[in-house]
Design a protein around this ligand. Sequence first.
Ligand code: DOR
Length: 313
Amino acid sequence: TAVLKTEFLGQKYENPFMNASGVHCLTVNELDELKRSKAGAFITKSATTLERAGNPEPRYYATALGSINSMGLPNKGFQYYLDYVVDYQKNDSDGKAPFFSVAGMSRDENINILKIIQRSDFQGVTELNLSCPNVPGKPQVGYDFQMTEQILTQVFEFFRKPLGVKLPPYFDFAHFDIVANILNKFPLAYVNCVNSVGNGLYVDAASESVVIKPKNGFGGIGGDYIKPTALANVRAFYTRLNPTIKVIGTGGIASGQDAFEHLLCGATMLQVGTALYEEGISVFERLEKELKEVMTQKGYKTIEEFRGQLRTL
Ligand code: DOR
């Protein structure tokens, strides 16, 4: 029978599934639920220096095809999560040590947080979120190519621990090329494609209204809507980046087949956002079962046999 064991950055995981940062990872209680779940690994909510309440509610809304959110980075402040991951490292040896997500509001804030992580006892993986679409007045860093390069230049002057970046979706080959060229200049551990598709607008015709309060209803789109865009970004970066830079696939993973498609495009780990929000942590057990079924039906015993092997016509 098929096995889902996955090696990522020298660590062995039971399976490739994780939560997407932001979903089910705000509090120690939620993080502990992920730890006890069937997820192969997990990640903390993107942290800022200080605790944030986030945007006014309602700020998340699910539709038949996905979700729209404008949470606005509610989080408990980076020290809360740093304490959690360092403590985990000391006391848990279950092999699914949490990744640490960081989303400073400015270049300086990101640099300051990463300096503290560098000096800390944390030996795990850090994910720098360059793609939050939901803080009014703060454009997504990943769409500012110069700023992206500047931040990474400054970060790698001192940062020596494994670092990945969470990217926004790109929609043009010129942008895939420019961003991949920038990323290839740095000793990145991975890129995570993609964050939500920024600033969509969901309209409820019956009430003739938007469905979330922040930004007059504009928010990041997730779920089924975005799978083709997510797969395109996974594939575009998988085929452009140095092979030492791994790809995490995020966007529209709600079934074993969705997971299989991301792996075929070249993803190593897989993150689940909307489907986790809607279904709860039991989603991981279902996804594992379904992915194994897809693999068995196709005659694959391990993920390595098909990862990245997407055919073209
Ligand atoms: O869709 C998202 N929502 N992506 C992020 O990076 C942040 C999050 C939020 O807190 O708004």
